[in-house]
Design a binder for this molecule. Structure first.
Ligand SMILES: Cc1cc2nc3c(=O)[nH]c(=O)nc-3n(C[C@H](O)[C@H](O)[C@H](O)COP(=O)(O)O)c2cc1C
Length: 171
């Protein structure tokens, strides 16, 4: 159980080998890991839309202002939650965010690069993704995760450990 190295070296990846395919097996592998995230009362309210069609990817780049690097990526995964499955209002976004982080780490562990691009909490963006992906009314899009094979290893972050952010017992 040596997860630390992966946790400390994961970075957002925005440069990809153009259009390199990811096998269905590998896609299901990373989604399996996403589905092992914790969730309120283990309700697992997440749903995933894998977008590997160029035509839909092009439309995504038109409605999302900060994901132009999807151009070269292999695919995008839209992580959603099901309002009918979440434990209560507010849990769906938290649970599907936990799944999104698992997904990023699963990619990193397999030599894939990924970047989380916000859909939630931008209401106009959420509506546009709802329409584009033909999501039923109870399915809410949270995050667009762009996935591909990195062209280079991103630089490692400066030390993010800030002891002043830790509070013991009270503020
Ligand atoms: C909720 C959320 C929304 C984000 N939205 C975008 C986005 O729209 N476009 C983008 O390029 N990066 C986006 N990011 C990635 C962040 O910019 C990135 O995680 C941050 O700069 C830290 O860098 P690192 O992921 O390499 O550690 C988002 C990250 C999170 C968690």
């Amino acid at each position: 159980m040596f997860l630390e190295a992966g946790l400390l070296t994961r970075r957002s990846v925005r440069q990809f080998e153009k259009d390199k395919k990811i096998s269905k097996e590998a896609i299901e592998d990373i989604l399996k890991i996403a589905m092992y995230a914790p969730s309120g009362c283990n309700r697992q309210p997440w749903e995933f839309v894998v977008v590997d069609e160029k035509k839909i990817q092009d439309k995504i780049m038109k409605i999302h202002p900060y994901c132009s690097f999807l151009q070269d990526a292999s695919l995008a995964i839209v992580v959603c939650w099901d309002k009918n499955q979440e434990l209560g209002e507010g849990f769906g976004v938290v649970d599907s965010s936990a799944a999104t982080e698992n997904l990023l780490l699963a990619c990193h562990g397999r030599g894939l690069g990924a970047c989380w691009c916000a859909i939630y909490p931008y209401e106009d963006r959420m509506k546009e993704f709802q329409q584009l992906l033909k999501l039923p009314a109870n399915i809410v899009p949270n995050a667009l995760v762009v996935v591909g094979y990195p062209t280079k290893t991103p630089p490692q972050p400066k030390d993010r450990f800030k002891p002043e952010k830790i509070h013991y017992n009270n503020w």
